[in-house]
Design a protein around this ligand. Structure first.
Ligand code: DAT
Ligand code: MG
Length: 140
C-alpha cells in the first residue's frame, strides 16, 4: 500500500476535555505521523463550507453549532494507507457502534460530539487538506 496523506480534526468536545494529546497518541500508535497541525476556532462560515456536503441533512445546524463551540485541532496525517487506517482508528460515527479501542469508543460522547473527523476517500482527503493548510505548512 502506498504512503498517503489524510486530513484529521480533533473536535471541540475533545479539546474542551483536554484530549488533544491522548487522541494524537492513539493516531501515532496506529502508525500515522502528524505532518501538519494547528489549533483553530472555526467560524460559522468555515464550518458550513467544510461540511457543505451535509447541508441538506437534518443535523446540519447542530453540526455547525458543535464545530464552532470551541477550538479544533486540524491535522494532516501521513502513513501507509493513511486514509483507511485513520477511519479504522476513529471507529464508527456513532460511538455506540464503534469497536473497542477506537478513539470514538474510548472518548466520544455522542453521535454529534464524536471527538474526531477523518477524510473518507482520496478525493476528500485532498480537498480537506487544501481547505485548512497551505503547502508550506505541511512538513513531511
Ligand atoms: P463521519 O464523521 O464518521 O465521517 P458523517 O460524514 O456521516 O460521519 O457525518 C459527519 C458528522 O456529522 C459526524 O461526525 C457527526 C455529525 N452527524 C452525523 N450523523 C448525525 C446524526 N444522525 N445526528 C447528529 N449528528 C450527526
Ligand atoms: Mg464523513
Amino acid at each position: 500500500m502506498a504512503t498517503e496523506r489524510t486530513f484529521s480534526m480533533i473536535k471541540p468536545d475533545a479539546t474542551k476535555r483536554n484530549l488533544t494529546g491522548a487522541i494524537t497518541k492513539m493516531l501515532e500508535d496506529a502508525g500515522l505521523r502528524v505532518v501538519a497541525s494547528k489549533r483553530v476556532w472555526m467560524s460559522k462560515r468555515e464550518a458550513e463550507g467544510f461540511y457543505a456536503v451535509h447541508k441538506e441533512r437534518p443535523f446540519f445546524g447542530e453540526l455547525v453549532e458543535t464545530m464552532t463551540s470551541g477550538p479544533t485541532v486540524v491535522q494532516v496525517l501521513e502513513g501507509e494507507g493513511a486514509i483507511l487506517k485513520n477511519r479504522e482508528v476513529m471507529g464508527a460515527t456513532n460511538p455506540a457502534n464503534a469497536d473497542e479501542g477506537t478513539i470514538r469508543k474510548v472518548h466520544a460522547l455522542s453521535i454529534g460530539e464524536n471527538s474526531v473527523h477523518g477524510s473518507d476517500a482520496p478525493e476528500t482527503a485532498a480537498q480537506e487538506i487544501k481547505y485548512w493548510f497551505s503547502d508550506t505548512e505541511i512538513v513531511g
